[in-house]
Design a protein around this ligand. Structure first.
Ligand code: CP3
Length: 357
């Protein structure tokens, strides 16, 4: 078993005692950091940044040099899977991700190749093992994937979407087609995440960024069911340590009870959910992560400190001593002030001593 100098992130996810609240930020490596923009310029574009092991490792470590973060997250993207399945991912400046091909017909779904992540996504596995080496046991490394539903929206629409016209058309007009696609993606995600775990990922987060666009019943059938299948298929222990799994459905605060039943160790919350209420609902059965509005970082240092304190008061209101990881409620935006991110991280550590010290 590799020893970690700081394992409070893993401990909090497993609801073991911690000395202070662990904290990281979704999208912590990104455009708000000038050093990220410089490395991306060196790489040429975003995908080259992901595919070059040294660059991917460098940008993963950049936020850890600035802030006292308790976890690193692999620098990559959720859309590596559809790319490896042959859709041809590209980014147009200012327009977000796009695919050369879409997947909308029975034939297109049936023709999707079976993913062999160790081969087809070897650049991701190389990044994971290189980053683990570079971290030298300082903090754990998070591996991740998109949820099948979230990946399906990009594959069916051919890129980002607000209305999910074609995906929802498939859902209501030909649900068996969508199920075939989701099933293929769930198998792909299991293979991908297990390969990341073998390469050295010490915790896993599943990003269900668009689960909140689903109706109540459809969320269970088209998103949650497949995340549950993934969790059941994951290696839950590696190198003598448990591998905690976090599921994050943006806009999913009303479904926490059914998320607990998936077997996830922790649930990510966006900022629209009350952390205190969520603690009541889950009753210590899983850990929670989140959920400061990322836009809070646009405010002053004093505003951020106040918001972080309120968040921690809510997290520990009922006398709990663990089972909570501080984070933003979604990714840090490109317009955030890097100094304000420091206020966020430092306030979490300083103020949580009141409850845990
Ligand atoms: O958290 C981290 O620091 C790790 C890196 C990470 C990226 N994408 C890097 C990235 C992670 C975990 C993701 C996940 C991801 N990618 C999600 C799920 C998380 C979420 O935000 O809900 C989604 C939906 C994607 C798909 C994606 N990739 C979009 C929609 C975009 C464009 C968004 C934008 O901000 O322009 C990307 C590109 C992307 N992925 C960037 C980064 C840092 C920006 C690319 C750039 O440098 O221009």
């Amino acid at each position: 078993m590799t020893t970690l100098k700081n394992d409070r992130f893993l401990r909090a996810l497993l609801r073991e005692p911690v000395d202070t609240t662990p904290v990281w930020m979704m999208r912590q490596a990104g455009r708000y950091l000038p050093e990220y923009r410089a490395t991306r310029a060196q790489a040429g574009d975003f995908l080259s940044l992901c595919k070059n092991t040294d660059f991917a490792c460098e940008v993963t470590l950049q936020p850890l040099r600035r802030y006292a973060l308790d976890a690193a997250i692999l620098f990559s993207d959720i859309l590596t899977i559809p790319d490896a399945l042959g859709l041809g991912l590209y980014f147009e400046t200012g327009e977000g991700p796009k695919f050369h091909k879409t997947v909308r017909t029975e034939q297109e779904i049936a023709q999707l190749p079976k993913l062999n992540s160790k081969v087809d996504l070897s650049y991701v596995m190389n990044a994971v093992s290189t980053i683990r080496g570079a971290l030298g046991g300082e903090v754990p490394l998070i591996g991740f994937s998109g949820s099948p539903w979230t990946l399906a929206t990009y594959m069916v629409e051919g890129g980002s979407s607000k209305e999910f016209r074609f995906t929802k058309q498939m859902m209501y007009a030909q649900p068996e087609l969508l199920h075939a696609l989701l099933d293929h993606l769930a198998e792909s995600v299991i293979d991908y995440l297990n390969a990341q775990i073998e390469a050295g990922a010490q915790a896993i987060q599943i990003f269900d960024s668009w689960g909140g666009a689903l109706a109540h019943r459809e969320y269970q059938e088209f998103s949650l069911q497949y995340m549950q299948k993934i969790i059941a298929g994951l290696k839950r222990e590696h190198d003598g340590r448990k591998i905690p799994v976090i599921i994050f459905t943006k806009g999913g605060g009303q479904w926490l009870e059914s998320m607990v039943a998936t077997g996830a160790d922790a649930l990510g919350l966006d900022w629209t959910t009350s952390l205190a209420d969520a603690r009541q609902v889950v009753q210590g059965r899983v850990a929670l992560q989140g959920n400061l509005d990322p836009a809070t970082l646009y405010g002053s240092a004093a505003t951020i400190e106040k918001a972080v304190k309120t968040m921690l008061d809510n997290a520990y209101r009922n006398g709990e001593k663990t089972g909570y990881v501080a984070n933003l409620g979604h990714g840090i935006t490109q317009w955030a002030d890097p100094d304000h991110a420091k206020v966020f991280v430092d306030t979490v550590h300083e103020y949580s001593a009141k409850y845990l010290g």
